[in-house]
Design a protein around this ligand. Structure first.
Ligand SMILES: [Mg+2]
Length: 196
């Protein structure tokens, strides 16, 4: 059960984790160009949400995705000329979605801006970066995605780009590989490398 959904969710979270990692590598550069300390979080949050929405739709067709971000601000930045935040967003997303236009990325972000459906209809929910402070410090954060059916989670995937599979490693020492956790209701919980 849920084979297609769990595979799609794992791929989505892996891609989002790669985007976050890429933004983190250029964190100081993005901060300096945008002249804003929080700009790397904005870029990684939006990039993570865009690729999760894109992969889910590619793999599963139309889905309802309830997530934190919308593209209103970046659309405004893009329409008023050159924007370092939009440039950094495009560069990060292109790592995993190479031919995406800015408009396609904004539309994907906005597909996550849906309200939870009423009644028992299934939906997905995403926190594109769970742990903003951890992300900024180079410590722990997660890309957190779940599918909700009749009000209860049926599957969940957590991408933890800085968390070592070896739990003896101190958590404030970012791991170069990272971990992926996924669970399916009634079936079990598994761990893997996030980059694998
Ligand atoms: Mg968040």
């Amino acid at each position: 059960m849920f084979d297609r959904e769990i595979e799609a969710a794992k791929e989505a979270v892996r891609h989002a984790s790669r985007v976050c990692r890429a933004v983190k590598r250029k964190l100081e550069e993005v901060r300096a160009i945008a002249k804003d300390d929080k700009s790397p979080v904005t870029v990684a949050d939006l990039g993570s949400q865009a690729v999760v929405a894109h992969v889910l739709e590619e793999e599963l067709g139309h889905v309802v995705l309830v997530a934190e971000e919308d593209a209103k601000t970046v659309r405004g930045m893009a329409s008023s000329g050159a924007s370092p935040i939009v440039d950094a967003l495009l560069e990060a997303v292109h790592l995993v979605w190479p031919d995406a236009t800015a408009e396609q990325i904004f539309d994907a972000i906005d597909r996550g801006g849906q309200e939870p459906p009423s009644g028992s209809n299934a939906f997905w929910t995403l926190d594109p970066i769970d742990g903003t402070k951890g992300f900024l410090r180079g410590e722990q954060y997660a890309v957190s995605l779940a599918r909700i059916e009749r009000g209860a989670p049926t599957l969940g995937v957590l991408g933890c780009p800085n968390l070592a599979l070896d739990k003896k490693k101190p958590p404030n020492d970012p791991d170069p590989v990272g971990s992926l956790y996924f669970a399916v209701h009634g079936q079990g919980l598994w761990e893997a490398r996030v980059g694998a």
